[in-house]
Design a protein around this ligand. Structure first.
Ligand code: ZN
Length: 346
């Protein structure tokens, strides 16, 4: 099938590649409609590896996907041919200890699309387990359906923060993950989000999404803004979604006593933080890795109109221009947030 293949570092091609997939009893076959370009896809393209995951053989990219069911296995009960769906890209071993504990995102055996050596879905069709395939509400488009994957990260972060109604949160970083984290935090009960970045167009977009106060840290100090908004007390929650080492180390400066910190962004290098600064506030520190069990609630929030990801989809390319989409995403203009590739127009 024709797919977007990462041949090796810095080299993409749109070409035929053999993919052998059997439709199992509990599987569905899906025709892909929209696939989002993720920071991790771009990272594999530019560097060929993320941590222990190294691209050693040609690999199809893409894991943020929606599509339509075109075939179902003999024991599938919740989906039928024609259903519009989005898919959770990580399939754990159903019998692993992590899965049995309900923390299947941490299963060392998880097979995650476009994480070597598993192929991604920038291709016409894919076979996927029914259990990891979710029907889109009628009001949710395929483009929005492909946003559920990044949104799930923000939802998981909001869950980890144990938000209470009225909490004030800082979200560091106005990239796609920062944006969806802010939306999830507001949907989870935060009264206000204070969002930082150095790219003004992204902050302007963030400010249009809800009660989000943008802070351009290139010319404003976050500590000053937080002191003003919270009468010097600090925010209840800090979500670190920039992956920037300096930002990640500074989270305690703006945190309230007994506040929560959630590390969402992945710094390129190990970072150091001030343990005593965290201790004197009895900060609770959480980390997220992908997500588990949040797709249905993310879809429910989108379907009810409570959470809107549409403004985040800034650039869409047709499948034939996939390579252009990746060159574009490699040097993302400040006004762009999420790049998507449209494979079909059914
Ligand atoms: Zn992603």
């Amino acid at each position: 099938m024709e797919a977007l293949v990462l041949e090796r570092v810095g080299q993409l091609s749109l070409r035929d590649i053999p993919v052998y997939e059997n439709l199992g009893e509990y599987d569905v076959r899906i025709a892909l409609h929209t696939v989002g370009v993720c920071g991790s896809d771009v990272h594999y393209y530019q560097h060929g590896r993320i941590g222990q995951f190294i691209v050693r053989e040609p690999m199809i990219l893409g894991h943020e996907a929606s599509g339509r069911v075109i075939e179902i296995g003999s024991s599938v009960t919740t989906l039928k041919v024609g259903d519009r769906v989005c898919m959770e890209p990580g399939i754990p071993d159903p019998n692993s200890k992590a899965t049995r504990l309900g923390i299947y995102n941490l299963d060392p055996a998880v097979r995650f699309w476009a994480t070597p050596p598993i192929h991604g879905v920038l291709r016409p069709t894919v076979v996927h387990p029914e259990a990891f395939t979710f029907k889109l509400p009628d009001t949710v488009s395929f483009a929005e359906g492909a946003m559920v994957e990044p949104l799930a990260v923000g939802m998981h972060a909001a869950n980890k923060a144990q938000i209470k109604p009225g909490d004030v949160a800082v979200v560091m970083g106005a990239g796609p993950i920062g944006m969806v984290t802010a939306l999830a935090a507001l949907a989870g009960g935060c009264s206000q989000v204070i969002m930082t970045d150095v790219q003004q167009p992204k902050l302007d977009l963030a400010a249009s999404l809800g009660p989000i106060l943008p802070v351009n840290v290139a010319n404003e100090k976050l500590v000053d803004v937080v002191a003003k908004v919270t009468d010097g007390w600090g925010v209840d929650i800090v979500f670190e979604a920039s992956g920037n080492a300096k930002a990640a180390a500074s989270v305690f400066e703006v945190l309230s006593p007994a506040g929560r910190v959630v590390y969402v962004g992945m710094p390129g290098e190990p970072i150091a933080y001030d343990v005593v600064a965290a201790q004197v506030k009895e900060a609770r520190i959480e980390h997220v890795f992908r997500y588990a069990h949040v797709y249905p609630k993310a879809l429910a929030l989108m379907g009810s109109g409570r959470l809107n990801v549409r403004p985040l989809i800034t650039d869409t390319f047709p499948f034939k221009d996939s390579i252009t989409a990746f060159t574009f995403a490699s040097k993302m203009p400040p006004s762009s947030v999420k790049v998507q590739i449209a494979l079909a127009n059914f």
